[in-house]
Design a protein around this ligand. Structure first.
Ligand SMILES: Nc1ncnc2c1ncn2[C@@H]1O[C@H](COP(=O)(O)OP(=O)(O)OP(=O)(O)O)[C@@H](O)[C@H]1O
Length: 257
């Protein structure tokens, strides 16, 4: 496949809405055991820990059209992964509404839903099956999935015995073969070696050229500019900027200068 162009240069045909997020808030407890400390029982009221909840995301609204490539940026701990989990519907909002109108292929954690004790082979069938592929369809793609990951010698190895780079290889290979229209890529690819990462990036470009929608979390400006046309900049759980990726990166750089 030839060069499909940089993110900024790629022409994205405006499609229909595939995601609608409306005034969403997600609340977490900072410290689950805050109220259970023995010491706290004897502490004065002022020292006693509170339930200590905080908003990982608050008042976040945006819509996404089919075919958009969105970079999610912000400092550590500002809600980027939580936003991807929201789109994957792994976490549910405490406030607001989320509509995800197409299937989602998530590469959002090292384990990516893979089961530790199952072999690589069984995990491929399980994950692809969970995303609607029949056994026959997986049979037909199995070889190319394993070839792409370059881990053919480890087909019967339990997933938990793979190195973290090998886990990402197989997880990406499966995710990239799914036909789900929306793809989520968290920073997991950073674990892969340079050669494999480049191979993944070329595959992502092919998927984008084929009209898939992408959410891409990264701290690497070059990678973000390569794929993404639009940037969502999160700060303290708020969506402080939503616009062209170059402008989002400029705003982020100005804030962190
Ligand atoms: N399941 C959870 N329970 C409690 N707190 C959580 C949970 N998941 C995330 N958090 C907290 O929510 C906040 C946002 O986390 P998130 O992982 O979305 O940040 P991020 O922007 O992706 O950070 P990074 O750049 O470091 O990956 C952090 O303070 C994190 O500690």
């Amino acid at each position: 496949m030839g060069d499909v162009g940089s993110g900024a240069a790629r022409q994205v045909a405006a499609g229909h809405d595939v995601i609608a997020v409306e005034k969403v808030g997600i609340r977490f407890k900072r410290n689950r055991r805050a109220r259970r400390s023995f010491k706290d029982l004897f502490a004065g009221r002022t020292r006693r820990s509170r339930p200590d909840e905080f908003w990982a995301l608050r008042d976040v609204s945006f819509t996404v059209k089919q075919g958009e490539a969105i970079g999610v940026i912000g400092r550590n701990g500002q809600g980027k992964s939580t936003l991807l989990k929201l789109v994957a519907e792994v976490v549910l909002p405490d406030e607001g509404r989320v509509g995800v109108f197409e299937g989602v292929a998530p590469l959002i954690e090292i384990t990516g839903g893979f089961v530790d004790d199952l072999s690589v082979r069984d995990n491929v069938y399980l994950t692809a099956g969970l995303h609607g592929m029949t056994r026959k369809e997986v049979d037909a793609r199995f070889e190319s999935i394993i070839d792409f990951a370059e881990i053919g010698d480890f087909l019967d190895t339990p997933y938990k015995h793979l190195s973290s780079g090998m886990r990402v290889r197989i997880a990406f290979s499966v995710i990239a073969q799914l036909e789900e229209p929306i793809i989520l890529v968290d920073e997991v690819l950073a674990v892969g070696d340079k050669g494999f990462r480049e191979k993944c990036y070329r595959r992502i470009e092919e998927l984008l050229a084929g009209g898939r929608t992408l959410f891409f979390v990264s701290h690497n400006e070059r990678d973000l500019r390569r794929f993404c046309t639009r940037g969502l900049y999160l700060d303290k759980g708020r969506l402080v900027f939503d616009g062209p990726i170059d402008d989002a990166l400029a705003r982020y750089a100005a804030d962190t200068a």
